[in-house]
Ligand binder design. Structure first.
Ligand code: NDP
Length: 310
């Protein structure tokens, strides 16, 4: 009996994913959850935020692949079947993320938020440009996406520090690890970039107390998940001027509610959760490779560890 991969996403293009996967594995049947399919034939699921109960009829499921890098919407679910769960770790996705982070870091480093404000006020506002080496960029999370972004930013000449759970050795990056090192890490960071997964440990890890540890005038870039930062505390720090400006791609509630005070804040750049996306043409190869590995009786790559939440 041919094996079926079941696709579910309310956001991604099912036809593009089916085409890319068929090119890799012509013998695989691809079903889309919005159309009729035989649940007993489903061996693999490629999903982004499937509804509760989605997995229950899939008695022969062998692999769940999260259609994205962040698994916070999947790992805590009570209805997740006891099969390996993997996520997308695609170099093209990392490249897209690194370019977004670099754009945001350069925008803050070259004082563009100040210049945009001055332009709105028809004010000729000279800011003495600083060299990149005078500016310290801190990156929270040195995983697939964070390490790539850290290298990209360091390549521009910034002093780059990174923070992770376990020790890291990355050329040109000062790497610290563990919660005990976080407060000291923040003390001299001018541009802080959040690239941590959302887990029980990282939820609100940047609270009012830790935001206050950043030097006055610091800037914050969040491209990870909104709840890693206490949004109320962030708004207060941006209002008081302790934080000069922010680039926010992710929020505690998405879409960002119309009544959020963030919309009114001229020192905040808001983008609608698009810093990076899963790209069918490049990511299909690793999904197919995992299916081949399972068929050979090998463990799939890029498995999520439910216990640590990422
Ligand atoms: P990885 O799992 O590869 O890396 C996560 C990093 O965070 C690792 O360095 C890890 O440490 C560190 N980390 C995790 N928990 C802790 C902790 N408690 N204390 C300190 N460090 C911690 O994830 P990715 O780099 O692939 O992705 C990061 C996040 O980016 C995703 O989880 C997702 O939420 C977000 N994302 C956002 C997108 C957007 O468009 N805005 C697009 C794609 C992803 P260690 O290395 O020691 O394990």
């Amino acid at each position: 009996m041919p094996e079926t991969l079941l696709f579910h996403s309310d956001y991604d293009d099912a036809a593009a994913w089916a085409g890319a996967l068929k090119r890799e594995l012509p013998d695989l049947d691809i079903a889309v959850s919005t159309q009729a399919f035989d649940p007993a034939a489903v061996r693999y699921a490629l999903v982004w935020q499937p509804p509760t109960g989605f997995f229950a009829p899939l008695a022969n499921l062998a692999l769940v692949t999260n259609l994205g890098a962040g698994v916070d919407a999947l790992v805590g679910r009570a209805d997740l079947p006891g099969v390996p769960v993997t996520r997308i770790c695609d170099p093209e996705m990392a490249r897209m993320m690194a370019s977004f982070v670099l754009m945001a870091v350069l925008r803050h480093a070259r004082d563009l938020p100040q210049l945009e404000q001055a332009r709105r006020e028809r004010r000729w506002h000279w800011v003495n440009p600083r060299t990149a080496g005078e500016i310290t960029v801190g990156i929270l999370g040195l995983g697939e996406l964070g390490a790539r972004a850290a290298r990209e930013v360091a390549g521009q000449g910034f002093r780059v520090k990174g923070w992770s759970r376990s020790p890291k050795a990355l050329t040109g990056i000062e790497a610290l690890h563990g919660l005990g090192a976080l407060d000291g890490f923040l003390a001299d960071v001018e541009i802080l970039v959040v690239m941590l997964p959302l887990t029980p440990e990282t939820r609100h890890v940047l609270d009012a107390r830790r935001l206050a540890l950043l030097p006055k005038g610091a800037k914050l870039v969040n491209v990870a998940r909104g709840p890693v930062v206490d949004e109320e505390a962030l708004i207060a720090a941006l209002r008081s001027g302790h934080l000069e400006s922010a680039t926010l791609d992710v929020f505690e509630a998405e879409p960002l509610p119309r009544e959020s005070p963030l919309w009114e804040m001229e020192n905040v750049l808001i983008t609608p959760h698009l810093a990076s996306v899963a790209i069918p043409a490049s990511a299909a190869a690793q999904i197919a490779e995992n299916i081949r590995r399972l068929r050979r009786g090998e463990a799939p790559l890029f498995q999520v560890e439910a216990g640590r939440g990422y």
